[in-house]
Design a protein around this ligand. Structure first.
Ligand code: ATP
Length: 274
Protein backbone atom coordinates (compact mmCIF):
# COMPACT_ATOMS: atom_id res chain seq x y z
CA UNK A 1 0.00 0.00 0.00
CA UNK A 2 1.30 3.44 -0.88
CA UNK A 3 -0.41 6.40 0.65
CA UNK A 4 0.70 9.98 0.44
CA UNK A 5 -0.85 12.06 3.13
CA UNK A 6 -1.90 15.50 1.92
CA UNK A 7 1.08 17.70 2.64
CA UNK A 8 0.95 19.30 6.08
CA UNK A 9 1.93 22.79 5.09
CA UNK A 10 -0.55 22.76 2.24
CA UNK A 11 -3.24 21.41 4.56
CA UNK A 12 -2.68 24.37 6.86
CA UNK A 13 -2.85 26.89 4.06
CA UNK A 14 -5.98 28.93 3.35
CA UNK A 15 -5.93 27.77 -0.26
CA UNK A 16 -8.60 25.36 -1.41
CA UNK A 17 -7.82 21.89 -2.66
CA UNK A 18 -8.13 21.76 -6.45
CA UNK A 19 -7.24 18.08 -6.90
CA UNK A 20 -7.88 15.43 -4.33
CA UNK A 21 -6.84 11.85 -5.06
CA UNK A 22 -8.11 9.55 -2.34
CA UNK A 23 -6.92 5.93 -2.09
CA UNK A 24 -6.97 5.43 -5.84
CA UNK A 25 -6.03 2.14 -7.47
CA UNK A 26 -5.98 1.35 -11.16
CA UNK A 27 -5.59 -1.77 -13.30
CA UNK A 28 -5.60 -2.26 -17.07
CA UNK A 29 -7.41 -5.60 -17.33
CA UNK A 30 -5.35 -7.79 -14.97
CA UNK A 31 -2.35 -5.46 -14.80
CA UNK A 32 -2.23 -3.47 -11.57
CA UNK A 33 -0.63 -0.08 -12.27
CA UNK A 34 -1.12 1.69 -8.93
CA UNK A 35 -2.61 0.91 -5.57
CA UNK A 36 -4.01 3.08 -2.83
CA UNK A 37 -2.51 6.37 -3.97
CA UNK A 38 -3.60 9.53 -2.15
CA UNK A 39 -2.46 13.10 -2.58
CA UNK A 40 -3.83 16.60 -2.69
CA UNK A 41 -3.01 19.66 -4.78
CA UNK A 42 -3.88 23.06 -3.34
CA UNK A 43 -4.50 26.25 -5.25
CA UNK A 44 -1.24 27.71 -6.58
CA UNK A 45 0.85 24.64 -5.80
CA UNK A 46 3.29 23.46 -8.45
CA UNK A 47 3.59 19.68 -8.39
CA UNK A 48 6.20 17.83 -10.43
CA UNK A 49 5.32 14.16 -10.92
CA UNK A 50 8.31 11.92 -11.58
CA UNK A 51 8.65 8.20 -12.17
CA UNK A 52 10.30 5.61 -14.39
CA UNK A 53 8.74 4.65 -17.73
CA UNK A 54 5.59 2.68 -17.06
CA UNK A 55 5.25 3.91 -13.46
CA UNK A 56 1.69 5.12 -14.13
CA UNK A 57 2.14 8.90 -14.49
CA UNK A 58 0.05 9.29 -17.64
CA UNK A 59 -2.55 6.90 -16.25
CA UNK A 60 -2.87 9.06 -13.14
CA UNK A 61 -3.27 12.28 -15.16
CA UNK A 62 -5.85 10.63 -17.42
CA UNK A 63 -7.86 9.60 -14.35
CA UNK A 64 -7.65 13.15 -12.98
CA UNK A 65 -9.09 14.62 -16.20
CA UNK A 66 -11.82 11.97 -16.31
CA UNK A 67 -10.54 9.98 -19.31
CA UNK A 68 -10.02 6.83 -17.21
CA UNK A 69 -12.01 5.64 -14.22
CA UNK A 70 -10.18 4.50 -11.08
CA UNK A 71 -10.66 0.80 -10.24
CA UNK A 72 -11.03 1.94 -6.61
CA UNK A 73 -10.92 5.19 -4.67
CA UNK A 74 -12.12 8.68 -5.52
CA UNK A 75 -10.83 11.75 -7.35
CA UNK A 76 -12.29 15.21 -6.75
CA UNK A 77 -11.70 18.36 -8.76
CA UNK A 78 -12.41 21.68 -7.04
CA UNK A 79 -14.34 19.69 -4.44
CA UNK A 80 -16.55 17.83 -6.98
CA UNK A 81 -16.29 14.11 -7.78
CA UNK A 82 -14.62 13.93 -11.18
CA UNK A 83 -17.48 11.92 -12.71
CA UNK A 84 -19.96 14.74 -12.05
CA UNK A 85 -17.49 17.62 -12.58
CA UNK A 86 -18.71 20.01 -15.31
CA UNK A 87 -16.50 23.05 -15.04
CA UNK A 88 -13.82 21.87 -17.45
CA UNK A 89 -13.03 25.44 -18.52
CA UNK A 90 -11.15 25.76 -15.23
CA UNK A 91 -8.67 23.10 -16.32
CA UNK A 92 -6.15 23.10 -19.14
CA UNK A 93 -4.71 19.70 -20.08
CA UNK A 94 -1.82 19.12 -22.46
CA UNK A 95 -1.47 15.38 -23.09
CA UNK A 96 1.78 13.65 -23.93
CA UNK A 97 3.02 14.84 -27.29
CA UNK A 98 2.27 12.85 -30.39
CA UNK A 99 4.16 13.72 -33.54
CA UNK A 100 1.62 15.24 -35.91
CA UNK A 101 1.37 14.19 -39.50
CA UNK A 102 2.80 17.05 -41.63
CA UNK A 103 -0.39 16.84 -43.74
CA UNK A 104 -2.59 17.44 -40.67
CA UNK A 105 -5.04 19.93 -42.15
CA UNK A 106 -5.77 22.38 -39.29
CA UNK A 107 -4.13 25.77 -38.90
CA UNK A 108 -2.57 26.91 -35.65
CA UNK A 109 -5.54 29.23 -34.96
CA UNK A 110 -8.03 26.40 -35.56
CA UNK A 111 -6.19 24.10 -33.17
CA UNK A 112 -6.14 26.80 -30.49
CA UNK A 113 -9.85 27.55 -31.04
CA UNK A 114 -10.63 23.84 -30.70
CA UNK A 115 -9.93 24.37 -26.98
CA UNK A 116 -13.41 25.95 -26.96
CA UNK A 117 -15.17 23.13 -28.88
CA UNK A 118 -16.82 21.89 -25.71
CA UNK A 119 -18.84 25.09 -25.52
CA UNK A 120 -18.96 26.57 -28.99
CA UNK A 121 -20.43 25.35 -32.21
CA UNK A 122 -17.51 25.81 -34.59
CA UNK A 123 -19.82 25.85 -37.61
CA UNK A 124 -21.24 29.14 -36.41
CA UNK A 125 -19.45 32.34 -37.18
CA UNK A 126 -17.03 32.95 -34.34
CA UNK A 127 -17.59 36.12 -32.42
CA UNK A 128 -14.96 38.83 -32.14
CA UNK A 129 -14.66 38.03 -28.43
CA UNK A 130 -13.80 34.40 -29.18
CA UNK A 131 -11.28 35.39 -31.85
CA UNK A 132 -9.66 37.77 -29.42
CA UNK A 133 -9.37 35.01 -26.79
CA UNK A 134 -7.46 32.99 -29.38
CA UNK A 135 -5.26 36.00 -30.13
CA UNK A 136 -4.51 36.43 -26.43
CA UNK A 137 -3.51 32.77 -26.03
CA UNK A 138 -1.39 32.84 -29.19
CA UNK A 139 0.22 36.06 -28.06
CA UNK A 140 0.99 34.67 -24.59
CA UNK A 141 2.83 31.77 -26.23
CA UNK A 142 4.69 34.06 -28.65
CA UNK A 143 3.25 32.36 -31.74
CA UNK A 144 0.75 34.89 -33.05
CA UNK A 145 2.79 35.17 -36.25
CA UNK A 146 2.26 31.44 -36.87
CA UNK A 147 -1.57 31.69 -36.63
CA UNK A 148 -2.32 30.81 -40.24
CA UNK A 149 0.33 28.10 -40.69
CA UNK A 150 -0.61 24.42 -40.83
CA UNK A 151 0.27 22.93 -37.46
CA UNK A 152 1.81 19.78 -39.01
CA UNK A 153 4.42 21.97 -40.64
CA UNK A 154 5.72 23.48 -37.39
CA UNK A 155 8.68 22.27 -35.35
CA UNK A 156 8.10 20.15 -32.23
CA UNK A 157 8.71 23.14 -29.93
CA UNK A 158 6.34 25.36 -31.90
CA UNK A 159 3.66 22.64 -31.87
CA UNK A 160 4.01 22.33 -28.13
CA UNK A 161 3.42 26.06 -27.73
CA UNK A 162 0.28 25.70 -29.86
CA UNK A 163 -1.04 22.94 -27.57
CA UNK A 164 -0.28 25.07 -24.55
CA UNK A 165 -2.11 28.03 -26.14
CA UNK A 166 -5.05 25.66 -26.75
CA UNK A 167 -5.01 24.72 -23.06
CA UNK A 168 -4.84 28.40 -22.07
CA UNK A 169 -7.69 29.72 -24.21
CA UNK A 170 -10.23 29.35 -21.41
CA UNK A 171 -7.90 31.07 -18.95
CA UNK A 172 -7.80 27.99 -16.68
CA UNK A 173 -6.71 28.13 -13.07
CA UNK A 174 -5.22 24.61 -13.16
CA UNK A 175 -2.82 23.38 -15.85
CA UNK A 176 -2.04 19.67 -16.19
CA UNK A 177 0.94 18.94 -18.41
CA UNK A 178 2.19 15.50 -19.45
CA UNK A 179 5.87 15.70 -20.39
CA UNK A 180 5.47 19.02 -22.16
CA UNK A 181 9.06 19.32 -23.38
CA UNK A 182 9.73 15.87 -24.82
CA UNK A 183 11.57 16.14 -28.11
CA UNK A 184 12.22 19.85 -27.72
CA UNK A 185 15.69 21.40 -27.95
CA UNK A 186 17.29 22.65 -24.75
CA UNK A 187 16.93 26.36 -25.52
CA UNK A 188 13.21 26.02 -26.26
CA UNK A 189 12.85 23.88 -23.13
CA UNK A 190 14.42 26.60 -21.06
CA UNK A 191 12.11 29.25 -22.55
CA UNK A 192 9.15 26.99 -21.93
CA UNK A 193 10.01 26.47 -18.25
CA UNK A 194 10.67 30.17 -17.86
CA UNK A 195 7.18 30.81 -19.22
CA UNK A 196 5.38 28.34 -16.97
CA UNK A 197 7.26 29.53 -13.87
CA UNK A 198 6.12 33.03 -14.77
CA UNK A 199 2.51 31.80 -15.06
CA UNK A 200 2.86 30.10 -11.69
CA UNK A 201 4.35 33.08 -9.91
CA UNK A 202 2.51 35.97 -11.54
CA UNK A 203 -0.80 34.56 -12.75
CA UNK A 204 -1.60 32.44 -9.68
CA UNK A 205 -1.99 29.25 -11.69
CA UNK A 206 -1.78 25.76 -10.20
CA UNK A 207 0.36 23.18 -12.00
CA UNK A 208 0.56 19.41 -12.08
CA UNK A 209 3.32 18.44 -14.47
CA UNK A 210 4.88 15.12 -15.43
CA UNK A 211 8.48 15.57 -16.46
CA UNK A 212 11.74 13.67 -16.79
CA UNK A 213 13.70 16.91 -16.61
CA UNK A 214 15.25 16.52 -13.17
CA UNK A 215 17.30 19.68 -13.52
CA UNK A 216 14.18 21.79 -13.92
CA UNK A 217 12.26 19.86 -11.28
CA UNK A 218 15.01 20.07 -8.65
CA UNK A 219 15.85 23.66 -9.54
CA UNK A 220 12.30 24.90 -9.07
CA UNK A 221 10.66 22.38 -6.75
CA UNK A 222 13.50 21.34 -4.46
CA UNK A 223 16.13 18.63 -4.33
CA UNK A 224 14.05 15.89 -2.72
CA UNK A 225 10.55 14.60 -3.44
CA UNK A 226 8.02 15.73 -0.83
CA UNK A 227 6.14 12.43 -1.11
CA UNK A 228 6.07 9.17 -3.00
CA UNK A 229 3.63 6.41 -3.86
CA UNK A 230 4.96 3.19 -5.35
CA UNK A 231 7.14 4.28 -8.27
CA UNK A 232 5.66 7.78 -8.37
CA UNK A 233 7.48 10.70 -6.76
CA UNK A 234 5.98 14.10 -6.08
CA UNK A 235 8.11 17.26 -5.97
CA UNK A 236 6.15 20.19 -4.59
CA UNK A 237 6.47 23.94 -4.46
CA UNK A 238 3.72 25.63 -2.52
CA UNK A 239 2.56 29.13 -2.99
CA UNK A 240 4.51 31.31 -0.58
CA UNK A 241 1.96 34.06 -0.43
CA UNK A 242 1.05 33.57 3.20
CA UNK A 243 0.27 37.29 3.25
CA UNK A 244 -2.85 36.81 1.18
CA UNK A 245 -3.90 33.96 3.49
CA UNK A 246 -3.56 36.34 6.44
CA UNK A 247 -5.58 38.95 4.56
CA UNK A 248 -8.19 36.43 3.54
CA UNK A 249 -8.60 35.20 7.13
CA UNK A 250 -8.83 38.76 8.39
CA UNK A 251 -11.41 39.69 5.75
CA UNK A 252 -13.40 36.60 6.73
CA UNK A 253 -13.35 37.54 10.43
CA UNK A 254 -14.35 41.12 9.67
CA UNK A 255 -17.23 39.95 7.51
CA UNK A 256 -18.49 37.69 10.32
CA UNK A 257 -18.11 40.47 12.83
CA UNK A 258 -20.01 42.94 10.63
CA UNK A 259 -22.83 40.42 10.16
CA UNK A 260 -23.08 39.87 13.92
CA UNK A 261 -23.05 43.60 14.61
CA UNK A 262 -25.73 44.24 11.98
CA UNK A 263 -27.92 41.58 13.50
CA UNK A 264 -27.48 43.28 16.88
CA UNK A 265 -25.95 40.20 18.44
CA UNK A 266 -22.65 41.83 19.26
CA UNK A 267 -21.63 45.33 20.24
CA UNK A 268 -17.99 46.13 19.72
CA UNK A 269 -16.30 49.44 20.27
CA UNK A 270 -13.25 50.21 18.23
CA UNK A 271 -10.22 49.04 20.16
CA UNK A 272 -12.02 46.19 21.85
CA UNK A 273 -10.41 43.58 19.70
CA UNK A 274 -7.91 45.14 17.33
N1 ATP B 1 -4.19 1.20 -22.75
C1 ATP B 1 -3.41 0.39 -22.04
N2 ATP B 1 -3.68 -0.92 -21.93
C2 ATP B 1 -2.91 -1.75 -21.19
N3 ATP B 1 -1.82 -1.35 -20.49
C3 ATP B 1 -1.51 -0.05 -20.57
C4 ATP B 1 -2.27 0.90 -21.33
N4 ATP B 1 -1.72 2.13 -21.20
C5 ATP B 1 -0.64 1.97 -20.38
N5 ATP B 1 -0.52 0.67 -20.01
C6 ATP B 1 0.50 0.12 -19.10
O1 ATP B 1 0.31 0.73 -17.83
C7 ATP B 1 1.56 1.07 -17.24
C8 ATP B 1 1.59 2.54 -16.91
O2 ATP B 1 1.57 3.29 -18.14
P1 ATP B 1 1.68 4.88 -18.15
O3 ATP B 1 1.61 5.31 -19.57
O4 ATP B 1 0.71 5.43 -17.20
O5 ATP B 1 3.16 5.07 -17.58
P2 ATP B 1 4.07 6.38 -17.52
O6 ATP B 1 4.60 6.45 -16.15
O7 ATP B 1 3.32 7.56 -18.01
O8 ATP B 1 5.23 6.00 -18.55
P3 ATP B 1 6.16 6.91 -19.52
O9 ATP B 1 7.17 7.60 -18.66
O10 ATP B 1 6.80 5.88 -20.39
O11 ATP B 1 5.27 7.84 -20.29
C9 ATP B 1 2.63 0.62 -18.23
O12 ATP B 1 3.12 -0.63 -17.83
C10 ATP B 1 1.90 0.51 -19.54
O13 ATP B 1 2.45 -0.47 -20.36
Amino acid sequence: MSVIKPNNRAAESCHNEVISVDRVSFSYQQKLVMQDVSFGVKERDFIGLIGANGAGKTTLLRMIVGLLKPSAGEIRLFGQPVQSFKDWDRIGYVPQKNALNPQFPATVREVVLSGLYGRKNMFRRLSKAVQSKADDALDAMGIIDLSDKKIGQLSGGQQQRVFLARALINNPSLLILDEPTVGIDSETQENFFHMIKHMHQHHNMTFLMVSHDMEMIRGYLGQEPAASAGKLKFYIRHSHDTQDCVESNLAHSLKGLRARMESGREVVTVGDRY
